[in-house]
Write a protein that binds this ligand. Structure first.
Ligand code: NAP
Length: 288
């Protein structure tokens, strides 16, 4: 299929910093090409940008939408006309749709994550979950796990920068969904072990284990991991973190963050186009 940029081609983009490593342009442009959709997607580094002015320009240029990565997922909120209820609970937006000049914000990180674990055979409605981290990605996963029916969620974070955020997140989830959420200090070994013993799903949403710190793991003792746990790490660089290697050695099933990345993109694609992203083709070409 030919794929020509014409006078009618509409623009979408990723805003944040850094953006040069992003797989999003390949993922979306290949999908537009395969489906014959006259759109193009680029990355813009916002390091030295006035985000409000930039968003106003994108609105005037009638972009079809845009994604946000760090640090703009929270900074974008005041510049939007409407925010989807789940994104409001999360307090961050990674996808914006331009609907006739109105900018509407969504958060698809947790949607993508839940699709990836469901595909790996996890039934959220019967599984207690331990979630390591309370940063941006963790908040989205926590809210979407709760909305998808996880009955109990144990948020584990160190007593640091995100501690208050973790408490607030647990309170918001328990108040607004059918999920009971609690918070545990990562340094409390007995309590962490207890959370893991009750859980069927463990998610690392901290940056511990990410390149170049590939020898680090957020779980102090790998014998706490039991074979009934699906152990997932949302890190995808490296593909197999130390946590996943330790988990496999304990007989656990494991999952890395690559499919979360693919499926959060697929969810954004559907919001923008109303169509399913050709995930199999994109997966084969860019997500091995
Ligand atoms: P973030 O908002 O900065 O949150 C980082 C989290 O990790 C916080 O809870 C932080 O705790 C915790 N943390 C950092 N260093 C730690 C340490 N040494 N010990 C214990 N906890 C530590 O970052 P984010 O955007 O949520 O991203 C987190 C990870 O997810 C990154 O590796 C990112 O690449 C990955 N990610 C993957 C996808 C995907 O699609 N697969 C999407 C988004 C993010 P404190 O704040 O209390 O320090």
């Amino acid at each position: 299929m030919t794929y020509e940029i014409t006078g009618r081609t509409r623009l979408g983009c990723l805003l944040g910093t850094p953006v040069t490593h992003s797989l999003s342009p390949m993922m979306y442009n290949e999908s537009f090409r395969l489906l014959g959709i006259d759109r193009v997607y680029l990355c813009f580094d916002t390091k030295n940008a006035d985000l409000g002015a930039l968003v106003q320009s994108l609105r005037q240029m009638d972009v079809f939408g845009f994604n946000l990565t760090m640090p703009d997922k929270e900074r974008i909120l005041p510049f939007l006309d409407e925010i989807d209820p789940a994104a409001q609970m999360i307090g961050a937006v990674n996808t914006v749709k331009n609907e006739n000049g109105r900018l509407i914000g969504y958060n698809t990180d947790g949607v993508g994550y839940m699709r990836s674990v469901c595909e790996a055979g996890c039934d959220p409605s019967i599984s207690e979950m331990t979630l390591l981290g309370a940063g941006g990605a963790a908040a989205s996963i926590a809210v979407h796990a709760a909305l998808d029916g996880i009955p109990a969620l144990h948020i584990v974070n160190r007593h640091g920068r995100s501690w208050e955020k973790a408490l607030c997140l647990a309170e918001t989830i328990t108040r607004n969904t059918n999920c009971r959420a609690d918070v545990t200090d990562l340094a409390d070994n007995a309590a962490v072990q207890d959370c893991l013993a009750k859980s069927r799903l463990l998610t690392n949403a901290t940056s511990v284990g990410m390149s170049p710190n590939e020898d680090t793991t957020p779980i102090a003792d790998s014998t706490w991991l039991h074979p009934d746990l699906l152990v997932s790490d949302i890190i995808y660089n490296p593909r197999q973190t130390r946590l996943l290697r330790d988990a496999a050695a304990q007989g656990c099933r494991t999952l890395n963050g690559l499919y979360m990345l693919l499926y959060q993109g697929a969810a954004a694609f559907r919001i923008w186009t109303g169509q399913d992203m050709p995930v199999e083709e994109v997966r084969k070409k860019y997500f091995q």
